[in-house]
Each structure stands twice: as C-alpha cells, then as structure tokens.
Design a protein around this ligand. Sequence first.
Ligand SMILES: NC(=O)c1ccc[n+]([C@@H]2O[C@H](COP(=O)([O-])OP(=O)(O)OC[C@H]3O[C@@H](n4cnc5c(N)ncnc54)[C@H](O)[C@@H]3O)[C@@H](O)[C@H]2O)c1
Length: 393
Amino acid sequence: MSAEPSVSPSRVGVWLIGARGSVATTAVAGCAAVTAGLHPPTGMVTETGVFQDAGLPPLSSLVFGGHDVVDCPLPKRAEALAAGGVLPHDLPSAVGAELEAAEREIRIGGPLRGDTRSEDELVEDLARDIRDFVRRGALDRAVVVNVASTEPVPEGDALPASSLYAAAALRAGCPYVNFTPSAGLHHPRLAPQATASGLPYAGRDGKTGQTLLRSVLGPMFAQRALAVRAWSGTNLLGGGDGAALADPAAAAAKNAGKERALADTLGTVPEGETHIDDVPSLGDWKTAWDHIAFDGFLGTRMVLQTTWQGCDSALAAPLILDLARLVARAHEAGLSGPLSELGFYFKDPVGDGPAALGEQYAALVDLAGRLRTAGDAEDPGPGDVKGPAGEHR
Ligand SMILES: NC(=O)c1ccc[n+]([C@@H]2O[C@H](COP(=O)([O-])OP(=O)(O)OC[C@H]3O[C@@H](n4cnc5c(N)ncnc54)[C@H](O)[C@@H]3O)[C@@H](O)[C@H]2O)c1
C-alpha cells in the first residue's frame, strides 16, 4: 500500500435524504460556489491544513442526489433561500447548472401518505434509487446523509422513515451519516445489520450552535471546579426545522442530544430545561439563549448568559460537505463501524469518544493522520445487495 493518497480523480456520490430541504440545498449550492472559487470555504474544517494529503475527495468530485417527499425543484428552493438571505442573492443563478444537475438526481422517497408498501419493499425501492444513482454516475462510492425533517422518538417495533433509509443505505453498500436526531441506524432492529455490513457510519444530530457552545463551556466549568447549579436554554427558530420541532415529540428527540452534551462534560445532569420555539418569521435564523447559574468559592452565586444568533443552514452545510468527504475517505481506507472520531460534529455521537470539543478536535486530527497513511482498501463498492431491511442475504 502506498503512503501517498490516491491521486486518481474519483467521483463520490452524496445521497441526501431530505434533498430539497434548507441544509441540503445550501450544501449543494455551497459546494458549487466554493468549487468555482466564488466563495472561500469558510466553516469547512476539511479545507484546513490538518486534512492536507489525507486523501479526501476534492469538492469538485462530489456528485449530489437524494430523496425527498416534496417536489419543489432545487433551483426554486435555492431562490427561496436567497430571497430569505440564507444564500447570497446571485448564487442560485451562478450555480444554476449544478443545482439542475442535482435536481435530476432527486427521487421521491417514502413512506408517502397512504403508502401500502411493506417495510422491505420500501427499503428495496429506496436502495434501488441509490444503486441507480451510483451506476448512472459511474461513481466510486456514495455516502448517504440524512438531513430530513426530525422525527419523533419511535415507539414500537416498526422502523421509522429515517431507519428505512438507513437500512436502504446498508443494502446499497453505502456508508451512512445521520445529521439529525432521528433514529436512523440507531434503531435496535438495525444494530446487527450495521455491524455485519462492515460499513463506516457517523451521527447523530449535527452540532452547530447551542450545543457546540455547550461542549466548550461545559468542560470549562468542570476544569475550573465551578459548580453548575442550573443550565437552562431556549431556542427560537423558523424554517422547516422550526416547524418540525414545534411537535413536542420531535423537539424531545433534539433536546435529548443537547442535554447529553451537558451530562457528559459536567459529569452530572444540572437542573434546567431546554426549549425550542417555532417563530416562522425568523426563517433560518436561530437565536439560542443559555442561562447558566453556578457557584464560585464559598458558594458565591454567579450567572453566565450566552446568546447565539446563527443562520442554521449556513452553519450546517459546510459540515455536511466535511462529513461526506471524511466518511467517503474512511470507506475507501477500509474503516468500518461507528466513526467515533467524528464526535466533533455531533450532539449525540456514535461510539465511545470524548464529549469536550477540544478533545473531539484532537480525535479528528488523529483520524486525519490515519487517513493520510491508510491508502485504499479492497472495496466491494456500492451496490452490495443485502436482504430485507438491511439483513445480509
Ligand atoms: N444547523 C442546522 O441546520 C442543523 C443542525 C443539526 C441538525 N439539523 C437537522 O437537519 C435536518 C434538516 O434541517 P433543514 O433546516 O434542512 O430542514 P428542512 O425542513 O428545510 O428540510 C427537511 C427536508 O426533509 C424532507 N423530508 C421530510 N420527510 C421526509 C422523508 N420521509 N423522506 C425524505 N425527505 C423527507 C422535507 O420535505 C424537507 O425538504 C433537520 O432534521 C434538522 O434538525 C440541522
């Protein structure tokens, strides 16, 4: 094996579940904009020196497609995002060809209203779409990334939509990233298949704002031996994510990850709750407010308050591009199972990794080193056919 990364121009598919959403559209438009030199790769960790020579696929090699359940064409979605100030106003026309190309690769997913397909039929249909995408594009591999609306925590044995897509990714032989708090591969029925697949996977729920800050501040309080009495938070946001999280069951899935970051860094669960309010007129702009009550020396009471005002999709999209490149390279290098080194990116990371952002960054840098020296693994490639709901035949 060569210590040099592969120089042959590979083509890597990025199959987005929720391909017509804000985050997906911003990722597709942003990738084209950075590739064309229209904008710098601000917010993309994989474009920093740490990943030089790590063999990551170049942005120009990424080919986009995906599933959604709505039919608004991607260029129209991009125009709406530009009108809302999420994308620069001239970007949709500047990258129109790339948006059209991705649009041609979007398929209607499921389950649809009144869908009568069995779980296995749905998984097979979804997997077929992914395999066809890989064949049509003569892609070396494809990474499936879930950026669909957040689901409530599943009850009972039936696979929720996110898990059907995750099973389809396994069945199509594709690595999988869950950028949402939905169950995805995390469903107990999929655990054996995830292990047996030998595919790398990462998740859950991108860490882009309030929880990013918590994973920095939590360790600070712990390391300075300051006693956190209560940590309360409120999020105001609109857009599709705000509407989805207006459902208390979906918000509960999101808040569990936010609270895990505190429990893991502080070592205890402090008093206080996190709330999410849908404010449609805010669109993609989120305000996240945290109120941290803590005790200093001799029990002196103090408070830290933070206000984070971010554009959600602009924070998330560069991470989608980072994760697609990292997981594609991990697959090429023969890594399998939960990629705990990617905990840096997630609220509720898979595997056993550190919870503090600094340590998570160190783990990511270690991964870059491993990828730099890994070469290419023997790779069965996408299209590996598996049995019902991801089981191997
Ligand atoms: N900073 C961030 O933006 C951020 C951070 C962490 C996690 N997330 C998560 O990313 C996801 C996407 O966020 P967004 O702002 O793009 O939301 P959005 O509402 O704009 O997009 C979600 C898309 O998913 C589609 N969808 C819904 N059900 C589907 C199904 N069964 N199959 C296929 N597609 C389906 C919707 O039609 C929509 O186009 C959400 O789950 C959100 O919680 C976002």
